[in-house]
Design a binder for this molecule. Structure first.
Ligand SMILES: Cc1cc2nc3c(=O)[nH]c(=O)nc-3n(C[C@H](O)[C@H](O)[C@H](O)COP(=O)(O)OP(=O)(O)OC[C@H]3O[C@@H](n4cnc5c(N)ncnc54)[C@H](O)[C@@H]3O)c2cc1C
Length: 398
């Protein structure tokens, strides 16, 4: 957004509570690599220029990439400046920070979609002898006691943590709810390449039948690994990780799991099949069939006949529970009445119509399926900066 505003000669400032790329520096686990390939970080006027376009950046590489971008575009970043309040008097916005206050005609909320780890209320019933960590607190397996680990959540984060922790010698059980299975490579190309080429990532928010549902879907079960392997539930089962249903409750130290594991896995296989059908259709229509490998399907997810429905959390087998149950944004400092009853900002593709001049960025499916990925913010910033300029000129259409 800063780059787009500069292009349009809009005087602006970027307020950042830490350093540039703060969430990548401080909120991710050590071994994480981006699940999007290197070529897929196309920021306005900037992109990957190295010799490994299909690789996946480590965290230090990601930080370096964003740091360099901020320097190249001379982004006017005020670091170590925490916004403590944003208010509106209907003429202007008043932004308070721990480094002084600002008055401005427009505010872009780009504070991230993943500020707080979502931990279900059931966590309160976990017996006291068990350590609990959210995916945001987790750094590496050395942090954990020896002994069993229950990872709750089986999307991109949960599957990666289950894999790493199990390989460290701590037996892992993963609790599986709704998830979306995805092969890393399909017909010899990265799944992200296919979704990008076939236009899946460009699908627009105003074309979705149920945008709220689309915005709350879990992340694809993808991981950025050096050897470009698929990390799905079958891969976890192969190394010995145990699958169990969705965690439904904890009573007297006994955890209860939903009996829907088979159904969840079958549904996930089905959704993956539909995505691959879309890709195959697009490949045929675009004459790629002769160039790439033939279509194929993955083996169904293997689930034992009668997965357990309960687990005794008091017998000492489980030493740690990791909550990989998602994240949500923090708007506790936003004192403009634009939140719905679930704490989400009411907006139309990032335009907060109830508060003219207020914009939102970086949220899942904000304007396009790719909006919450680095590769997606460029198009959103172009659209929203155009609207912002019209707002400043007094010609914006609601
Ligand atoms: C585990 C994980 C893995 C991911 N992997 C990928 C991936 O492989 N590829 C990809 O494209 N995306 C990935 N994402 C999504 C990724 O978060 C976004 O692509 C990207 O970080 C969004 O950028 P952003 O600037 O909108 O948000 P953020 O990167 O979260 O940046 C928001 C910034 O706002 C600052 N901030 C927040 N509140 C305040 C305040 N009150 N005052 C001042 N500053 C504040 C924060 O310090 C932070 O620097 C992943 C997300 C997670 C959680």
């Amino acid at each position: 957004m800063s780059r787009c505003l500069s292009e349009r000669a809009i005087d602006h400032v970027v307020l950042e509570r830490g350093e540039v790329a703060n969430s990548w520096r401080t909120e991710r686990w050590d071994s994480l690599r981006l699940l999007t390939p290197n070529w897929q970080s196309r920021l306005p006027g900037f992109g990957y220029e190295g010799d490994d376009p299909d690789g996946y950046r480590s965290m230090p590489e990601t930080v370096e990439f964003l740091d360099r971008y901020a320097r190249v575009i001379s982004a006017p970043v005020e670091t170590h400046t925490t916004v403590t309040s944003v208010e509106s008097d209907n003429v202007a916005y008043w932004v308070s920070t721990d480094q002084g206050d600002w008055r401005c005609r427009s505010v872009v909320l780009a504070s991230g979609a993943c500020n707080i780890a979502r931990v279900p209320a059931i966590a309160e019933a976990v017996p006291s002898g068990i350590a609990m960590l959210s995916a945001m607190d987790y750094r590496n397996p050395d942090q954990l006691d020896r002994g069993g680990v229950l990872v709750v959540g089986a999307s991109a984060t949960g599957t990666q943590l289950a894999d790493e922790i199990h390989r460290s010698g701590r037996p892992v059980t993963i609790s599986v709810g709704e998830h979306i299975r995805a092969p890393r490579l399909y017909r010899g190309r990265d799944l992200e390449w296919w979704m990008d080429a076939a236009g899946v990532l460009d699908e627009r928010y105003d074309e979705m039948e149920d945008i709220n549902r689309a915005r709350s879907l879990p992340s694809l079960q993808l991981a950025g690994t050096v050897n470009r392997t698929t990390l799905d539930l079958n891969a976890l089962t192969e190394i010995g990780v145990k699958l169990i249903g969705r965690l439904a409750g904890i009573n007297d130290g006994k955890a209860q799991f939903s009996g829907s594991l088979r159904n969840q896995c079958a549904l996930s296989d089905l959704k993956m099949g539909r995505l691959l059908d879309t890709i195959d259709e697009w490949a045929s229509e675009n004459g790629l069939d002769g160039e790439v490998e033939s279509p194929h399907r993955l083996e169904p997810t293997v689930v034992e006949d009668t997965p357990p429905l309960g687990m005794d959390l008091t017998n000492g087998e489980i030493k740690t529970i990791i909550w990989a149950t998602g994240y949500y944004p923090d708007y506790s400092w936003l004192n403009v009445p634009v939140l719905d009853r679930k704490g989400r900002i009411r907006h139309d593709g990032g335009i907060v119509s109830e508060a003219p001049g207020l914009y939102l960025m970086g949220i899942q499916f904000l304007r396009r399926r790719k909006s919450a990925h680095m590769d997606g913010v460029g198009d959103d910033a172009r659209d929203l900066s155009a609207h912002l300029v019209a707002h400043l000129d007094g010609t914006a259409v609601a």
